[in-house]
Each structure stands twice: as structure tokens, then as C-alpha cells.
Design a binder for this molecule. Structure first.
Ligand code: ADP
Ligand code: GN1
Ligand code: MG
Length: 373
């Protein structure tokens, strides 16, 4: 495996390496929970960034540093208690960098472990959905004062559906893993929605501001405390400029799915509109007064766009032979794609109601919009 002891000695921490265990259920990086023995035992999260996916890791780490320092400053200004639980703390190396590059070209980052926290893959209460909305909404609000030019694009065109569709068609044409013949239904599903998604994306890009956003707003990227109150937003690898729609839509696809992202029985995947409403309420409570009219009016549609994009990415990866997302079994990416597509079909059936919910919030002043603190 990895030589954890030698990796850790480059970071500014006191004590001796005791153990490292694989941690979390992310699809991209290798994450370890590390124990250090010293005067007191201390835990850290050590992460090997995926260098195949992230082509500019120093830039990525710089984005993280800018975002976490900005949030920390805001929390200090508001006299917030326990700040170290509310924003990730990156541990620097002795050479001053916030990452360590080993001899095998692996980039490592170290964070303080936020103790006694929990993360969830499925939202089982409305309260979690509201809190998750507040957490990602607050994240955007906190970063809204940052100049978007300060952050690089860690994955260029990450949520550009036009480019994702081009990649998909190239993958189908080259059929490198000879899997296309089994995928007629899924390919047809994509083709049926292709024009709608491209049109929506192109129009949205023209009329909405770019903001610094999270870009990977899965429920399990939010940490909750023992009483299920929000602690902190994690997984900041894709913090970069983007549209608010990406964060809203991506979160909805996990919050409104009653099952796991790789549920084998797709008949169980039924869009949960009450969870959608709960998330939207939390999110808009935190961001409502900074969002523009076009942003608000397109939130419901963003849920369809992001569910489509993630399904398309899972399907493309399956066609290409599972080169991007970590998989646990051969059909894993296909199963994931089917879940997203079923969820999208179910959203389509509820779309008018989804729109009404957003409109209602603003018409009935059901929201306790922040007053600009
Ligand atoms: P990936 O990019 O692979 O998804 P994450 O950064 O999301 O990796 O980390 C994986 C999981 O580890 C998260 O879902 C969260 O549960 C947990 N985690 C990450 N950072 C911390 C932290 N500083 N303290 C406690 N748990 C953490
Ligand atoms: C990846 O890192 P993780 O597991 O939180 C992916 C997201 C996908 C998600 C699907 C950098 O997120 O874009 O939505 O898997 N992250 C990257 O579960 O590609
Ligand atoms: Mg993650």
C-alpha cells in the first residue's frame, strides 16, 4: 500500500503515525482516516487526490485554500463558535505548500478530522433535506463576495452538457469495450432528451452570473453532528466558478432519491417531491436574496439537467470500460446510470409541481429570507 509514515512526516503535525484506514464512500479520491499518537491522540483525514482526473492539483488546492480561508473569515466576523467544525482546516507541509507530492507523483492533502460527525448517502428525514439545503445555500452565500477569477477550473467544462454529450457520442462510436449492443434503451433515453438539455444549458449560460460554487453537492459531502445538525461542507475539489443551478440540481438528485445511487431495483426509484420541497426551502432561505430572477426561475429545470448529466457520465464511463468512477462490480456504472435515468423520468412526471413549489416560496413569502448579514 502507501508509506503513510513517510507521507505524514512532511506535514506540520506533532506526534507519531499510528494507523491509517480507508474511509468514506467517494468515487474519485483515496481517503484515509489517520491516527497520530502524541501527548493526545489526534485524527486526520489524509487524501490522495486523483491525478488522472484533476490535471492541476496545485490549482485545486489553491482554490480550496482561498475558499476555506474566506469562509473562516466570515465565521470569525460573526463570532461563530467551534469554527474548526464548520469549515475544513487544511494542514500545511513544512515546505509551505498545502499538499505533498511524493516520488510516484501522488498528491496528498491532510485535513483536521471533524470528530463525532456523520454523513448520509440517503436523506431519510425532511429535516436533513432542509439542513442540506441550508448548508449548500450558505456555502454559496459565504463565497458570494469572492472574485470568480481567483479560482481556476479544476475540471474544465465540468457540467457542460454539450461537451458531455459529445464525449458520449464518441464513446458510442468507438465502442471500445464492446458494450454498446446491450445499451439500446439507455442510448435512446439520452437521444430523446439531448436537444432539450442542450437548449436549456445554452440559454442558462447566457443569462446567469457565474459564482464560486461547490459543484459536487451530494448529500454525503455534508457532515452532520450527533444530533443531525449541520457541521460542515466537505469535498472541496471542485469548488470553482459555475452556475448556481449546478449546485441546486446536483443536490436534488441525491436528496429526492429514496434509494442509493446504485439501487439495482429501479422500480423503487420514485422522485420524492416532499424532499425536493424541503431542500429548496433550506437552499432558498440561505441564497434567496442574492439570486437573480433567471436563476430562481430555472431551479426546477436544473434538477432535470443535473440528473441527466450524472446519468450520462455514468453511462459514458460504462461504455468506455469504467475508466473514471470507482466501481465495485462490472455493471456498477450501468446500474448507476439506470437509477439516474429512472429518477429523471419520475421528475419529468412531476415537473409542473416542481416549478409551482419554487414560485410558491416567493409568492407566499414562505421563506425567511436572510436580511444581508
Ligand atoms: P471523495 O472526493 O472521494 O468523495 P471526500 O472529500 O468527500 O472524498 O471524503 C469522503 C468522505 O469522508 C466524506 O463523504 C465524509 O464523510 C468524510 N470526510 C471528509 N473529510 C472529512 C473531515 N475533515 N472530517 C470528517 N470526515 C470527513
Ligand atoms: C463524484 O467525489 P464524489 O464521489 O463526491 C463526482 C461527481 C459525481 C459523483 C456521483 C470530481 O463525486 O461529479 O456527481 O461522483 N466527482 C467528480 O456520485 O467527478
Ligand atoms: Mg465526496
Amino acid at each position: 500500500m502507501f508509506d503513510f509514515k513517510n507521507i505524514l512526516k512532511n506535514f506540520k503535525i506533532a506526534g507519531n503515525f499510528s494507523e491509517a484506514k480507508a474511509f468514506g464512500s467517494g468515487h474519485i479520491n483515496d481517503t484515509f482516516l489517520v491516527k497520530i499518537l502524541g501527548k493526545n491522540q489526534k485524527k486526520y483525514v489524509l487524501q490522495r487526490k486523483n491525478g488522472d482526473i484533476f490535471k492541476n492539483i496545485p490549482g485545486l488546492v489553491n482554490n480550496m485554500k482561498i475558499a476555506t480561508e474566506h469562509i473562516r473569515k466570515k465565521l470569525i466576523e460573526k463570532n461563530t463558535s467551534n469554527i474548526d467544525e464548520k469549515v475544513l482546516s487544511m494542514i500545511p507541509c513544512f515546505n509551505g505548500e498545502n499538499y505533498f507530492l511524493d516520488n510516484e507523483n501522488n498528491y496528498w492533502c491532510l485535513y483536521d478530522f471533524i470528530d463525532n460527525c456523520k454523513s448520509y448517502n440517503i436523506a431519510d428525514t425532511f429535516q436533513k433535506a432542509v439542513y442540506c439545503g441550508e448548508a449548500f445555500g450558505e456555502f454559496i452565500y459565504q463565497l458570494s463576495g469572492l472574485d470568480t477569477n481567483l479560482c481556476v477550473e479544476t475540471i474544465p467544462e465540468f457540467h457542460n452538457v454539450i461537451i458531455r454529450l459529445n464525449n458520449f457520442h464518441k464513446a458510442v462510436d468507438s465502442n471500445i469495450s464492446e458494450r454498446v449492443c446491450e445499451l439500446a434503451e439507455e442510448i435512446f433515453f439520452v437521444e430523446e432528451r439531448e436537444e432539450e438539455m442542450k437548449t436549456f444549458y445554452s440559454q442558462a449560460k447566457n443569462i446567469m452570473p457565474k459564482r464560486i460554487i461547490h459543484n459536487d453537492t451530494k448529500l454525503n459531502n455534508v457532515l452532520f453532528d450527533e444530533n443531525d445538525n449541520i457541521l460542515c461542507v466537505v469535498d472541496l475539489d471542485t469548488v470553482m466558478p459555475g452556475l448556481v443551478l449546478y449546485d441546486f440540481g446536483d443536490a436534488i438528485r441525491t436528496i429526492s432519491n429514496p434509494c442509493s445511487e446504485d439501487e439495482k431495483d429501479v422500480s423503487k426509484i420514485i422522485f420524492n417531491i416532499e424532499m425536493y420541497e424541503a431542500f429548496a426551502k433550506g437552499f432558498l432561505n440561505r441564497t434567496g436574496n442574492i439570486l437573480t430572477k433567471p436563476e430562481i426561475e430555472n431551479l426546477a429545470c436544473s434538477a432535470k439537467l443535473m440528473t441527466f448529466i450524472i446519468g450520462l457520465r455514468f453511462l459514458t464511463d460504462y461504455i468506455e470500460g469504467d475508466v473514471y468512477f470507482k466501481i465495485a462490480h462490472p455493471k456498477h456504472n450501468l446500474e448507476r446510470a439506470k437509477v439516474q435515468f429512472k429518477l429523471l423520468s419520475s421528475m419529468e412526471e412531476n415537473f409542473d409541481k416542481m416549478q409551482e413549489i419554487i414560485t410558491k416560496f416567493f409568492e407566499t413569502e414562505d421563506l425567511k429570507l436572510r436580511t444581508g448579514d
